[in-house]
Design a protein around this ligand. Structure first.
Ligand SMILES: Nc1nc2c([nH]c(=O)n2[C@@H]2O[C@H](COP(=O)(O)OP(=O)(O)OP(=O)(O)O)[C@@H](O)[C@H]2O)c(=O)[nH]1
Ligand SMILES: [Mg+2]
Length: 321
C-alpha cells in the first residue's frame, strides 16, 4: 500500500479573478511542474494551520481570508524523481493576506487569468481544479417572465458592471423571433464584458443564435450521446445518475437543484446542504447549486465542493453589502 499524504493547498485569488501558480523547485519530486502553493499537513495541525504555515514559508504572507473548497484524492505513480503516493488535497481559496508576496523557495510564481493558463505542465491531480477555475463562482439565469424585458436588460447591465461572467438565457416560453431579437440584444451587451452566455435550448439553436454555450435541461442531457462541439456546455441535474451522465460526457459543468426550497418549484423539498455535498463528493466536473440561492449562500456551496451558485431571482436584485 502506498502512503496517504494530506496536503493543504492555497488558491490565492486577486479581485480580478487571477490566481497564483508556483513551479515545484528542483530537488523535490515532480520538479518543474506547476502547482498551487501549499504542502504537507504535519502531525497535530489542522488543514487551515498547515495552509497558513505553508503560505508563510513559501510566499512570506499570512492568509487572512480563507474559504475551504474541494478535497481531492489522487494516486501518484512512482517516477524517476518521486516515489508512488496517494495524496488527499485540501483546497482553500485565499482572497486576502498580509505581507509582501515573494518566492521564498526559489520557485517561479505566475498569476494566471482563469481562462488563459500560460504555464505548463500543471500537476496531474489538479486537472479538474483548473477546469473548475475556468468558470466564475456565480451563474445568473434570466427571468423575463417575472421581470419583463426592460427591467431584465437594466439589471443585466448593472450585474455586468459588477463583474458577472456567466449567464443563462432561459426563456423557452418566447416565440422564436422574439427569442432571436432578445438574444441579439443580450449578446451585444455581453460582448463589451468578459461574460459568456448560454441558451437553455438545443445545441443547434444556441449555435444558430450565436451563443457561447448551451444549457441542457435534464431531459436533453439524458438523450445526449456526445458533447456538442464548439459550445460551452452545462446541464441541469437532479440526482446522482444525471451528474454521472454529465461527467461521462465531459460537459463543462452541471447545475444541481433544488438545493433549498424555491419559488419556481414550491412542491420540491430541496436536497439540503448535506445531501448536496454527498452528491458532489468525488465528482470531477464543476457543479453549481441552484434553488433558493442568495449571494450569502456562496461560501456554504463552496464548502460543499461546488464551484458556485446559480440564481434566477436574487442575482438581479441589488447586493446588500
Ligand atoms: N502544494 C501543492 N501540492 C500539490 C498540488 N497538487 C498536488 O497533487 N500536490 C501534491 O501534494 C504533495 C505536496 O507536497 P509538497 O512536496 O509540496 O510538500 P511540502 O511543501 O510540505 O514540501 P516538502 O517536500 O519539503 O515536505 C506533493 O506530492 C504534490 O505533488 C498543489 O496544487 N499544490
Ligand atoms: Mg509545497
Amino acid at each position: 500500500m502506498t502512503k496517504l499524504v494530506q496536503v493543504a493547498v492555497a488558491i490565492l485569488v486577486r479581485p480580478n479573478g487571477e490566481y497564483l501558480l508556483a513551479s515545484r523547485p528542483q530537488g523535490k519530486g515532480w520538479a518543474g511542474w506547476w502547482e498551487f502553493p501549499g504542502g504537507k499537513i504535519e502531525a497535530g495541525e489542522t488543514p487551515e494551520h498547515a495552509l497558513i504555515r505553508e503560505a508563510q514559508e513559501e510566499l512570506g504572507i499570512t492568509p487572512t481570508q480563507i474559504q475551504p473548497w474541494i478535497k481531492r484524492r489522487y494516486d501518484y505513480p512512482a517516477t524517476h524523481d518521486a516515489e508512488a503516493k496517494t495524496v488527499l488535497l485540501h483546497f482553500f481559496f485565499v482572497s486576502a493576506w498580509q505581507g509582501d508576496l515573494s518566492a521564498r523557495e526559489s520557485q517561479q510564481l505566475a498569476w494566471q487569468h482563469p481562462r488563459l493558463l500560460n504555464v505548463n505542465p500543471v500537476l496531474p491531480a489538479n486537472a479538474p481544479i483548473m477546469h473548475a477555475l475556468n468558470l466564475p463562482p456565480v451563474y445568473a439565469i434570466s427571468n423575463l417572465a417575472e421581470m419583463g424585458q426592460d427591467n431584465f436588460l437594466h439589471a443585466l447591465a448593472k450585474q455586468l458592471d459588477q463583474g458577472l461572467q456567466l449567464l443563462q438565457i432561459r426563456e423557452s416560453q418566447l416565440a422564436t423571433d422574439v427569442l432571436a431579437a432578445l438574444s441579439e440584444q443580450v449578446l451585444k451587451i455581453c460582448a463589451n464584458y468578459d461574460c459568456r452566455c448560454l441558451l437553455n435550448s438545443s445545441p443547434e439553436q444556441a449555435l444558430q443564435l450565436g451563443y457561447h454555450g448551451v444549457h441542457l435541461n435534464s431531459q436533453r442531457l439524458l438523450a445526449l450521446t456526445q458533447k456538442p462541439e464548439h459550445l460551452l456546455v452545462g446541464a441541469s441535474c437532479h440526482d446522482a445518475e444525471q451528474l454521472q451522465k454529465a461527467q461521462v460526457l465531459q460537459l463543462d459543468f452541471a447545475l444541481l437543484s433544488p438545493v433549498l426550497p424555491t419559488q419556481s418549484h414550491p412542491e420540491a423539498v430541496g436536497l439540503g446542504w448535506e445531501r448536496f455535498a454527498e452528491l458532489l463528493n468525488g465528482l470531477e466536473i464543476p457543479v453549481y447549486g441552484l434553488g433558493g440561492m442568495q449571494h450569502e449562500h456562496l461560501a456554504q456551496a463552496l464548502a460543499c465542493g461546488a464551484r458556485g451558485i446559480a440564481m434566477q431571482r436574487a442575482v438581479w436584485q441589488q447586493k446588500k453589502d
